[in-house]
Write a protein that binds this ligand. Structure first.
Ligand code: TPP
Ligand code: MG
Length: 418
């Protein structure tokens, strides 16, 4: 797939110069038609009635690959993946497999006590790899805490994602190194950062775009509504990429909204589209379309990637307390990796060697991650007092001195023959 290697912001093309490049899509329509509605929501026994009602009312979504791995035509979005080669498809598959392997390793490391916490992306690989691979190097990403697949696409070394979860640093990478901002725990706040950054791009006269990731739960935050307003009014080049994984910890999406989330955009004056978040090709195509709108001066877009959080919210969570097992089973049938594998195999784009080599590469990655985490040095205990104020502060100095005395008290105790 073509990924522009230029890291510099490019001059913005005029909107007039881009007329017609987004085909039949128009301004603020809220409901984009799709080709299939098969990725419907929950089917668990605990929520059967709600799920059944939901199935009959859920809108269609953009889908290019069915769960069975069959390529279906889409008049609006096929053009955005028209040039994709077998090599590109194998690349997307490799990205998803390695991301899942890394994620499984991180979960295991938490269970072994090497990490304090981990937020798994299991099930969301297609949403993240599809959107991540649609980006240019000069675009800027504002993630939540779960965007490990997007980080992978940006070239952030996966081991760097683990420092914060081990508690040894506050981030672990230079955001400007890969145009991938630090993970944000404060739900929804990164959409405001993204909007401000996008407004800055416009002032610079560049044609880069920004993508802000957030969840279905975050959609209820005031910050998200404010960023929708600002980006619409200032026509900011930002894509709001909402991974609707059906849950905000233990709260289902039904507790966040009475309308499908993508339809929210309409009220703010920009388009929204729901895409099958377990279909990597559809996510790639729809994100490319939305980024193209941003670059050509057409303003923000809301993409709702309809997907499912296969695992727990984090390793501190136990989803069996609030959702039924068969809900997960229903989504397993729509697994993003499996469906691309089926398509690759049916198209004769792969052989056994490809899968065997990838398996070996996955194991090497797992080993590298394990070793890197165990080798992470503990932070200097006094680092927490640094960088609070640029020129220092009397209160911070006092707290540092108190902490130093506290630390010294242990030294006294051990000298006293403990
Ligand atoms: C402002 C704020 N409120 C509450 C929390 C606690 N919290 C952490 S994750 C989360 C749920 C987020 O759900 P969603 O936006 O759907 O993202 P997901 O975790 O499903 O990816 C909440 C409420 C927080 N981190 N920040
Ligand atoms: Mg969620």
């Amino acid at each position: 797939m073509t990924v522009d290697s230029s890291a510099a912001r490019k001059p913005r093309r005029s909107a007039a110069g881009k007329a017609g490049t987004t085909g039949s899509k128009t301004g603020t329509t809220g409901a984009k038609s799709g080709t299939s509605g098969s990725a419907s929501g929950a089917t668990g026994t605990k929520r059967t009635t709600r799920a059944a009602a939901k199935k009959s009312t859920e809108p269609e979504l953009v889908q290019l690959l069915t769960p069975e791995g069959k390529r279906v035509k889409n008049a609006e979005y096929d053009a955005y993946v028209a040039g994709i080669t077998p090599d590109d498809l194998r690349g997307l598959y490799r990205d998803m497999v390695l991301t899942r392997r890394f994620d499984a390793e991180a979960t295991a490391l938490q269970r072994q006590g090497e990490l304090g916490l981990w937020a798994s992306l299991l099930g969301q690989e297609a949403a993240q790899i599809g959107s991540g691979r649609a980006l240019r190097d000069d675009d800027y990403v504002f993630p939540t805490y779960r965007e490990h697949g997007v980080a992978w696409c940006r070239g952030v070394d996966p081991t760097n994602l683990l420092g914060m979860f081990r508690g040894v640093n506050n981030g672990g990478w230079d955001p400007n190194g890969n145009n991938f901002h630090l993970y944000t725990i404060v739900i929804g706040s990164q959409t405001l950062h993204a909007t401000g950054y996008a407004m800055g791009i416009t002032k610079d006269g560049a044609d880069s775009a920004v993508i802000a990731y957030f969840g279905d739960g975050a959609s209820s935050q005031g910050d998200v509504a404010e960023s929708f307003t600002f980006s619409a009014v200032y026509n900011a080049p930002v894509v709001f990429f909402c991974q609707n994984n059906q849950w905000a910890i233990s709260e289902p999406t039904e507790k966040q909204t009475r309308v499908p989330l993508y339809q929210r955009a309409q009220g703010f004056g920009f388009p929204g589209v729901r895409v099958d978040g377990n279909d990597v090709l559809a996510c790639l195509a729809v994100t490319r379309w939305a980024l193209e709108r941003a670059r050509s001066g057409e303003g923000p877009t809301l993409v709702e990637a309809y997907t499912y959080r296969m695992g727990a919210h984090t390793t501190s969570d136990d989803p069996s307390r609030y959702r039924a097992d068969d809900e997960r089973a229903a989504w397993e049938a729509k697994d993003p990796i499996l469906r691309l594998r089926r398509y690759l195999e049916a198209s004769n784009h792969t052989d056994d060697g490809f899968f065997t080599e990838l398996e070996a590469e996955s194991e090497t990655l797992g080993k590298r991650v394990r070793e890197a985490v165990r080798a992470m040095p503990d932070p200097d205990h006094f680092a927490i007092f640094e960088n609070v104020y640029a020129d220092g502060h009397a209160l911070v100095d006092e707290e540092r001195a108190q902490f130093a005395a506290y630390q010294a008290s242990f030294a006294d105790a051990s000298e006293g023959g403990r």
